[in-house]
Design a binder for this molecule. Structure first.
Ligand code: NAD
Length: 249
């Protein structure tokens, strides 16, 4: 059966203390994957793990700041994973003329350097184990088209899409697949309120399907890229966006 190979595998999900990362961890756990949830806030991670364990899943938490390679090395030392979901990310919203170096670094360090640092550490373990692996980078449609006041975010996500291809090329011979999932606007706790405002409702009108996506609508693409169902897919990006990228110019 499709996705059966996931049972018994192990996965690391970054930024899993809430939002999409927590949802991805719950989803993979429901397919029998032993999930390790990583983020900076231990309390929120423990809470997310307890929820998975209460539904019969196998979950544990590790505290990690993806912008800090020493923190990543310490957290991952001695761990091997079959699947990595690079989900940790932040946005920031400033006009380019007002965007300070601190914000630029924070966004690029989290969204782009973080993906590289964690991928490198996990890929070393995957290669040593010799069983291959699947890496899924959560990018964004803003890595393919732009919107106002999000220059750092858009540049970081475009970088993630290109990094995905570069890593896919280098690691294919070791049986590692590296792909990107590019969500459009997905309703989560952090944006729910904005999308009830006038600006938010205006934005929804520009999505061809005229609605926000729900986290579970990313599951098909996530499971495809993480499992053997996607065994010949590497270096690809899959957009899940209600047609937002093909909206009329
Ligand atoms: P969120 O803010 O709810 O979740 C982000 C997670 O990343 C949190 O758990 C946070 O603690 C973690 N994180 C942030 N900085 C970190 C760091 N330095 N080290 C470790 N963890 C860190 O946001 P979300 O909407 O769930 O977004 C998840 C991912 O999906 C992000 O990469 C985001 O860019 C991407 N995305 C989201 C949407 C959307 O509409 N929600 C659309 C496109 C892309």
């Amino acid at each position: 059966m499709l996705f059966d190979d996931l049972r018994g595998k192990s996965a690391l999900i970054t930024g899993a203390s809430g939002g999409l990362g927590q949802h991805f961890a719950e989803q993979l756990a429901s397919y029998g994957v032993a999930v390790t949830l990583a983020a900076r806030r231990r309390g929120a991670l423990e809470h997310a793990c307890a929820k998975i364990i209460a539904s019969g899943g196998n979950a544990r938490a590790i505290q990690m700041d993806v912008t800090d390679s020493a923190s990543v090395a310490a957290a991952l030392s001695g761990n091997c994973f079959d699947i990595l979901i690079n989900n940790a990310g932040i946005s920031g919203a400033s006009r380019a003329l007002d965007l300070g170096e601190v914000e630029w670094d924070r966004v690029l360090d989290t969204n782009l350097k973080g993906v590289f640092v964690v991928s490198q550490a996990v890929a070393r373990g995957m290669k040593a184990k010799g069983r291959g692996g699947a890496i899924v980078n959560i990018a964004s449609i803003l890595g393919q088209r732009v919107a106002g006041n999000l220059s750092a975010y858009a540049a970081s996500k475009a970088g993630v899409i290109h990094l995905t291809k570069a890593l896919a090329l280098e690691w294919a011979r070791d049986g590692l697949r590296v792909n990107a999932l590019c969500p459009g606007y997905i309703e989560t706790d952090i944006n729910r309120e904005f999308f009830t405002s006038a600006a938010g409702l205006e934005l929804i009108k520009r999505i061809p399907q005229r609605r926000l996506g729900q986290p579970q609508e990313l599951d098909g693409a996530l499971l495809l890229l993480a499992s053997d169902a996607g065994s010949y897919i590497t270096g690809s990006s899959i957009e899940v966006d209600g047609g937002h990228l093909v909206s009329s110019l």
